[in-house]
Ligand binder design. Structure first.
Ligand code: BGC
Length: 748
């Protein structure tokens, strides 16, 4: 860090250092006034600024916050597959933080949507770590480009709300490395967040806040992280253990800094460890000082509302559009049905709840366009049973118009931080109403509002078109009108699979755990990695989404760029007479592998905007990691030698080209031992020489000859060589001894 405005940790007393490792209150760092270190504000996030008004008052109303632009939560934004747009959202949030003097905004949250029932799926990005990391990096880059910090959360494995403060997430090292950590890893290495928030849960027996492996060995040691780690709110249960594990900051404070002082005095905390943790806090203050010193800054509300609207447009996924029902003619007679058209569901519940500075419902957007829609609420948003009068009114409205736009979705109580859902169904009163509306008017368009997946199959036949609009933030109504009337073509792609039935989900057998723990028994087979590997039908696959335009992807080439890397190029043409965007997705399919690998995995993507008739070329580089798996044997990433297939497509199920590429492999080999099978010896370059020597010795009569009938050979190949005596008695023992000695000689 360059010239600092603040004293270094060595200029502070023990008590002052200790005080830096907890907050000043629920939403502030603790300053050291006498030394000129300020106690800046830090607050939620993640899809806009939630500057709590409850700070020092004991008021716990999460919804009581300063008005700010409410951008689409990750549920929506993740469908944009557009990191540059996401960066713009981050830049706008950074500007709002400057105005409100907030030094760190608490987000983004990049935990994997392990199961669509997860209560916080609406604020997480994807079931796929590559997509989650490459999208959410945009938030970190955007916010921090303004001199304001982010807090990448919740590190790690916060994949459910059930028992979230205590649950022990038991995850194999391979699943951690391949699924639950890569989004964090990518962002730490490439976007460098200034802070990270640890999760509430335990990981393999140790609370995240006290997990030395997680916070120090992996994060700082392997990934080279140089920022600070704070606790989730109330996740620090042992100040001393946490500080020793690498937690810089306890939030909110438990006013126990004296515990840190005592622990340093009696040797339970090494002075150097406290210095490291406290210096991190001073560095954070230094990093944010310039932005926090700007006075009188005012962000441009209109410009930010425009960013929110563009972000919302790209968040919308068109799932179905029979008979080109959408876009609607501007002069079509429209019935608009559903309370959500008037009272939008635009964000999720809990700590991420933002007080929007504007709000455009779909009805507002129609009014702004001078459209006098025939509106009927159809149902109430509470849990009350269907209201026959509202239904009759809605069916009549549908019958007397050219088209019925029906808003369906999950009411606020159905999904929130704090609990997991128990099923994927929409409220029955909504789908029953839809059935009757479709009978009255077959030109029915459904617009969905939900933070995580809902089951679609049971009612899909009642809709000619379906727009999955997730949660769209404050400008969602305007964005929907843009799409419905064709001013913008839908371009969102699913960031999570839509299964036919929640029981198809691979994690269901271990969801949400029992007796304080949850086993991630599906390993790396999360979401489409399971559905595609097992050939399981889904309603809509990962990566899927329609457009008003049509596209052709062609001329797909894969060129090897080094021993284990490749470059993919493809042309994309807009073959229609409307402008639109297509997202080219690159999946890597391993060939024969030593471990069970998903049939393919997303390893690159690029969204391209093309005017009618236009075409372009995309280039996507695949690094060594794109082909690797985490080997528990090597405790490292491993690329096996052999043929891989690079797949280019527009969803995990719509692959338009498959191109083989042969990689050299990373050359990692495991030393052979008496416990290696004869087959493993034969496959190893040195082992094969030993095996040949055994055969030669057999020919010469120096060793017994190995059996040559096929059944015995089959047994032999899968047998550790220390079991040769079982097959061949004393002779087998001699062969084993010869092999081990010969191998030792050749590898000496
Ligand atoms: C949530 C965090 C949030 C924090 C502060 C916690 O309950 O898990 O995501 O940032 O509260 O509101």
């Amino acid at each position: 860090m360059s010239e600092s405005a603040y004293p270094s940790v060595t200029d502070l007393t023990l008590e002052e250092k200790a005080s830096l490792t907890s907050g000043g209150d629920a939403w502030h760092l603790q300053g050291v006034e006498s030394k000129g270190i300020p106690g800046y504000m830090i607050t939620d996030g993640p899809h806009g600024l939630r500057k709590s008004l409850a700070s020092n008052t004991g008021d716990t109303d999460l919804n009581d916050s300063v008005p700010a632009t409410c951008f689409p939560p990750a549920a929506g934004l993740s469908s944009s597959w557009n990191p540059a747009l996401i960066r713009e959202v981050g830049e706008a949030m950074g500007e709002e933080c400057i105005q409100e003097k907030v030094a760190v905004i608490l987000g983004p949250g990049v935990n994997i949507k392990r199961n669509p029932l997860g209560g916080r799926c609406f604020e997480y990005w994807s079931e796929d770590p590559y997509l989650a990391g490459h999208e959410a990096a945009g938030i970190v880059e955007g916010v921090q480009s303004k001199g304001v910090g982010t807090s990448l959360k919740h590190f790690a494995a916060n994949n459910q709300e059930t028992d979230r403060l205590r649950i022990d997430a038991r995850i194999s090292q391979r699943a951690l490395r391949e699924i639950y950590l890569p989004a964090f890893e990518h962002i730490v290495k490439h976007a460098k967040p200034w802070t990270i928030m640890c999760a509430y849960n335990k990981i393999n027996g140790v609370h995240a806040a006290q997990n030395h492996w997680l916070l120090t060995d992996l994060l700082r040691g392997e990934w080279g992280y140089d920022g600070i780690v704070m606790s989730d709110w109330g996740a620090d249960h042992d100040r001393v253990a946490s500080l020793n594990a690498g937690l810089n900051l306890e939030m909110p404070p438990s006013y126990t800094d004296d515990q840190i002082v005592h622990a340093v005095r009696d040797g339970r905390i090494a002075p150097a460890q406290l210095d490291r943790m406290a210096q991190g806090m001073i560095d954070l203050v230094e990093r944010t000082r310039a932005a926090m010193s700007i006075d009188g800054y005012r962000y441009d509300i209109d410009a930010h509302d425009d960013v929110a609207r563009r972000a919302a447009i790209e968040s919308i996924v068109m799932l179905k559009n029979d008979d080109a029902t959408l876009p609607l003619r501007k002069d079509a007679k429209i019935a608009v049905i559903g309370e959500f058209a008037r009272t939008p569901r635009y964000q999720g519940g809990g700590s991420s709840h933002i007080t929007p500075n504007r709000m455009t419902s779909f009805l507002d957007a129609l009014a702004a366009r001078g459209i006098d829609a025939d509106f009927a609420p159809g149902y109430t948003l509470d849990l009350a049973p269907a209201d026959p009068a509202l239904e009759t009114e809605a069916i009549a409205a549908a019958g007397r118009n050219d088209v019925a736009i029906v808003f369906l979705g999950l009411p606020e109580e159905a999904e929130s931080e704090g609990f997991d859902r128990t099923h994927l169904d929409l409220p029955a009163k909504q789908t029953d109403l839809l059935r009757r509306i479709a009978a009255a008017n077959p030109n029915t368009v459904v617009i969905l509002s939900n933070g995580s997946v809902v089951t679609i199959r049971p009612w899909a036949g009642d809709a000619k078109s379906i727009l999955e609009s997730w949660l769209l933030g404050q400008a969602g109504g305007a964005a929907l009108a843009d799409v419905v009337f064709g001013d913008a073509s839908p371009s969102g792609k699913l960031a999570q699979s839509i299964p036919m039935d929640i029981n198809d989900d691979p994690s269901m057998l271990n969801w949400p755990g029992e007796e304080g723990h949850v086993d991630y028994g599906e390993g790396v087979f999360v979401g489409y990695r399971h559905y595609d590997t097992c050939g399981k039908a889904v309603d809509y696959p990962f990566g899927y989404g329609l457009s008003y335009a049509t596209f052709a992807i062609g001329d797909v080439r894969v060129e090897k760029t080094s021993a284990n890397t490749a470059r993919v190029t493809a042309t994309v043409a807009n073959t229609s007479d409307v402008d639109g965007a297509e997202t080219v997705q690159v999946y890597v399919a391993p060939g024969k592998a030593d471990v069970a690998r998903p049939v393919h995995e997303l390893k690159g993507f690029e969204k391209v905007f093309l005017k009618a008739g236009e075409s372009t070329t995309v280039t996507i580089d695949l690094d060594e990691r794109a082909f690797a798996y985490w080997s528990e044997r090597y405790a490292d990433w491993h690329v096996e030698e052999g043929e891989y297939t690079v797949e280019v497509g527009t969803s995990s199920r719509d692959i338009v080209a498959r191109v083989p590429v042969a990689l050299d492999g990373d050359g990692k080999t495991q030393p052979l031992t008496a416990w290696s099978t004869y087959g493993e010896w034969s496959a190893d370059p040195v082992g094969a020489q030993v095996v040949a020597a055994v055969a030669d010795a057999g020919e010469r009569g120096d060793l017994p000859k190995l059996p040559d009938n096929s059944m015995m050979r089959m047994f032999l190949m899968t047998m550790p060589v220390n079991s040769m005596p079982m097959l061949m008695g004393e002779g087998g023992k001699a062969i084993t001894e010869f092999m081990l000695a010969d191998y030792a000689r050749r590898t000496a």
